[in-house]
Design a protein around this ligand. Sequence first.
Ligand code: NAD
Ligand code: UDP
Length: 310
Amino acid sequence: MSKKVLVTGGAGFVGSHLCDRLAREGHDVICLDNLFTGSLMNIEHLRSNPRFSFVEYDVQKPFVAEVDWIFNLACPASPPHYQHDPVATVRTNVLGMLNMLDLAKKNGARILQASTSEIYGDPLVHPQVESYWGNVNPISRRACYDEGKRCAETLCFDYHREFGVDVRVVRIFNTYGSRMAKDDGRVVSNFILQALRGEDLTVYGDGSYTRSFQYVDDLIEGMLRMMQAENFTGPVNIGNPGEFTILELAQLVLELTGSTSKIIHLPAVEHDPKQRKADIALAKEKLSWEPTIQLREGLTKTIEYFRKIV
Ligand code: NAD
Ligand code: UDP
């Protein structure tokens, strides 16, 4: 059945793909974004759809609308962006979450929070399961994001217990695909752009740290299944369990782009999590979800996108 859906952060990388999918499925979509890291270009093609509307707005302020579903994605997501104004990042995470939970409470709406694998910090349990509480340094430069997202999860579960709000929490692992901002400094977009421009690929540290990389279409499918699931709040991991070192990623990008760029090593980043791999047993059990696009295929599609825009 068609729903009235609010997507905060809808002009960003993940948000714009989510708006596409919701619009395609016949829902009425309000995309709310302050355009801090998002772009109108990402939603340009949706603007002529009468069931789609865009509101330039900051989630730090209360928002009024009649909605059935809320997807709360508003938050800068790459380390350089969220560390640019760390206090604003905390405000966005905490005030934004409060405002969206109040809106959900007022409407009796279901709300999904885009949480993150950063909840686990520099994890001491590997792969990461939802029952692991994490290893986060509350005073590091990453904490504005990590602790902000942890507090947002706390608020979701307190609104659920205290007011009966129908909350959904997904912990998203590193995601890549078309519409990643060119300047956002994340490793996949950095390496692809460097390879296509014939520049050196910048590996921070020795390249032995690991991540599991998920293609954006798999994430959107997981988020929608979570929103539609009955009696399941999560938190649930949504990620691709394939684990790669950053050096392996760099070599794969060079192979797939056919670039003659070199790999160089720059100083390691402070408090960079050493390993990350999603345990997705819970998502498989509760949502019958698992990723279908593996790294080689997803990178090939993403490279095609970046070739067109550079
Ligand atoms: P993004 O930066 O492309 O999108 C975030 C969007 O939020 C942008 O359009 C930005 O303008 C908007 N925004 C930021 N602050 C806002 C505010 N105060 N009010 C209104 N809008 C605001 O990043 P993304 O990768 O698309 O991430 C989307 C969400 O998913 C974020 O909440 C992020 O934490 C979460 N997430 C993403 C990943 C990933 O790998 N992409 C991993 C884990 C979690
Ligand atoms: N990284 C890197 N070179 C880059 C960008 C990132 O070696 O040009 C590393 C970074 O230090 C981290 C990993 O790649 O170990 C993933 O970084 P990203 O910022 O994409 O995501 P996150 O750290 O949030 O997982």
